[in-house]
Design a protein around this ligand. Structure first.
Ligand SMILES: [Zn+2]
Length: 387
């Protein structure tokens, strides 16, 4: 039996409450090659939800947001970025925004002291101008220099200068912290062991994750991973979760008592039964800034995942019943009743349906990509708004 990992998480009895905020924001038709490799024929396109999280400290009366998903008026993204995004064949729908969801559920937004940006990509930054002026933006190392003050002063930014104007920007310095959790430099945000921000570089300058202690005695944690990975196949199989000889629940039919034989996945393995299906894409057009560093971050994510109910990438959550796990329900409900931990944490996850179907019906999903491209063209003809 594999020995338990020592992740170096300091003991504490303090916790935070986490709620998923699902605005319904979804992107579709992103080329898989922009995020992962190798190319798997029939699995050339990715899509998924964009989520945000409300973090509430129960005794300090302090709140934070982790990410803001996509801004509702996404057709007003920085022009240069919007053209790039649509040019990849992708499209998106954004039914509402985080502020609207918070208002609907009576959350006092005056108490939200900051929004933690896992990183500065379009599907995480939202529109900070919808929040109170006193809400600061908390970013990882190097972010201010790389992208602030935003577009158009910085043409590379994926957010508008006008969306962040007037908000204090707090760039964290992990060199001031000697704490490392799972190999990643960590900051104890509230100073009581309830929430750690983790320096998780590679995908984007300043990329961070957050590790929240959501119960104590016994401890349980939620890892909010931003874009540390983009697909479950970057984390599995691995040393602690090798590809099993049989998989239950059966990913082709979860109600079937018969397991799925593991060997049908052998042709997808990159390096044996304990190496993941995917690595981050090294293509020149990929979304990643520094793939070797990202691979080091993924190594740590693999260590953290066995002990957390991982929301490692919101994009990995497609396939879950979104409304059944979203705000205002909190993590304990997720954990105990939805069985998230079993599927996303310790056990072998149900493999994304699309990947599974690809093995059985190679080529079939190229039809899907054609449909998305036609939809994208219709969006462009109608002035750029798909939702
Ligand atoms: Zn990203």
């Amino acid at each position: 039996m594999t020995a338990p990992l020592d992740l170096n998480i300091p003991p504490s009895t303090s916790i935070v409450n986490i709620s998923i905020i699902d605005t319904g924001a979804t992107f579709k038709g992103l080329p898989a090659s922009a995020l992962v490799e190798p190319n798997i024929p029939g699995h050339e396109w990715l899509g998924g939800p964009c989520l945000a999280f409300l973090i509430q400290h129960p005794t300090k009366d302090r709140s934070l947001l982790f990410d803001l998903a996509m801004k509702k008026d996404w057709e007003n993204w920085p022009k240069k970025f919007l053209e790039f995004f649509l040019g990849t064949g992708a499209t998106t729908v954004v039914p509402t925004d985080v502020r609207t969801v918070l208002n609907k559920h009576g959350v006092d937004t005056m108490k939200i002291e900051g929004v933690i940006w896992s990183h500065t990509h379009f599907d995480h930054v939202g529109d900070v101008s919808t929040l109170e002026k006193g809400t600061k933006i908390i970013v990882g190392p190097g972010t201010k220099k790389a992208v602030f003050p935003g577009y158009p002063t910085n043409p590379a930014a994926q957010f508008n200068e006008s969306d962040v104007a007037g908000h204090e920007v707090d760039e964290l310095n992990f060199e001031n912290s000697s704490l490392k959790i799972g190999g990643l430099a960590a900051i104890d945000y509230f100073g009581d062991g309830s929430l750690y921000l983790l320096d998780a570089p590679g995908h984007c300058v300043g990329h961070m994750c957050a590790l929240a202690r959501v119960t104590s005695n016994p401890d349980s944690f939620i890892l909010m991973g931003g874009d540390a990975v983009h697909h479950g196949g970057e984390l599995r199989p691995h040393h602690w979760h090798p590809l099993p000889d049989s998989i239950l629940p059966n990913p082709f039919n979860v109600t079937s008592p018969a397991p799925c034989p593991g060997d049908i996945f052998h042709k997808l393995l990159l390096g044996g039964k304990d190496a993941p299906f995917y690595e981050p894409s090294r293509k020149s057009w990929s979304y990643h800034t520094d793939v070797p560093t990202m691979l080091e971050t993924i190594k740590s994510s693999k260590k953290l995942m066995p002990m957390t109910m991982s929301l490692s990438s919101p994009h990995m959550m497609r396939g879950f019943k979104r409304q059944s796990i979203s705000f205002p329900r909190q993590q304990t409900l997720l954990w105990r009743k939805v069985g998230f931990r079993r599927r996303g944490g310790r056990g072998w996850p149900t493999l994304p349906k699309q990947l599974v179907k690809t093995i059985i019906f190679p080529g079939r999903f190229s039809e899907t990509s054609g449909r998305l491209l036609r939809k994208r063209n219709r969006v462009l003809e109608n002035g750029g708004h798909g939702g």
